[in-house]
Every structure is written in structure tokens, then in C-alpha cells.
Design a protein around this ligand. Structure first.
Ligand SMILES: [Zn+2]
Length: 126
């Protein structure tokens, strides 16, 4: 990422935040990522829920161009680039497909409860 710097902190929410990727509320006690950086001369911050932070890393693994919209571009990636994405093998493709499906459901089960943070996805795409 030329012209860009910054760092991501993995935090636990003390108060409510809003995820800038999926738009949902991050409740106190949930893990989330806060990134502070600079993009083409402008400083910015980005807050992402733990679920979106995970999917972001997965997208970055399978799409060489994803970094161009890394922060705040996850919804766009899911609708425009994901259909072209190829995770490389069946298992990784399956995990990615599940993550995209759950992103579209705002990380909620059909009964409305929040899905557990999918640590296993990281292992599946490692
Ligand atoms: Zn999110």
C-alpha cells in the first residue's frame, strides 16, 4: 500500500460503536478493530466489528486488489468482487461463501441473535 500508513488495534468495546463495514452496532464487551491511518494524504479512522475484520482479512487473502477499498469497502467488495473471487480450494471457498452469507445477514442468525465471532475462519484461510 504505497502512500498509506497506519495501524490497527484489536480492542474490546467499552461503549457502543457502529461498524463502518456492515453498519451494525458493536455492543460493549465485543471485540472490534480500530484502524487509524492515512490514505493519499488524508487521515482517517475506521471501526470494524470483529466479524467484518475477519472477513476483511479473508477478502484480502483472495483478492489482490481488495486493499484499494480495504477500509469501508467491504459491502462493495461482497456485491461486486466476491462473485469473481477464488479462494483456491474447496474448503477455503466454502468458508468464504459462509462468511459472505453471514455478512449479508448482518452477522445474525435467523432468530436475530449475533453469530459467534468466527475464529475458526482465520484458521481455515491461513
Ligand atoms: Zn461489521
Amino acid at each position: 500500500m504505497s502512500g498509506t500508513f497506519g495501524h490497527t488495534r484489536h480492542l474490546v468495546a467499552r461503549k457502543e460503536h457502529r461498524c463502518e463495514e456492515c453498519g451494525r452496532k458493536i455492543a460493549p464487551g465485543e471485540k472490534y478493530d480500530r484502524h487509524a491511518g492515512k490514505w493519499e494524504g488524508d487521515f482517517f479512522t475506521n471501526v470494524a466489528c470483529g466479524h467484518c475484520a475477519t472477513l476483511r482479512r479473508m477478502a484480502n487473502d483472495v483478492d489482490d486488489f481488495y486493499f484499494e477499498c480495504y477500509f469501508g469497502g467491504l459491502g462493495e467488495w461482497v456485491s461486486e468482487s466476491y462473485p469473481e473471487a477464488n479462494a483456491g480450494d474447496f474448503t477455503a471457498d466454502l468458508w468464504l461463501a459462509r462468511a459472505v452469507r453471514d455478512f449479508r445477514s448482518n452477522w445474525r442468525k435467523s432468530d436475530g441473535t449475533l453469530l459467534d465471532l468466527p475464529d475458526t475462519w482465520l484458521e481455515a484461510t491461513a
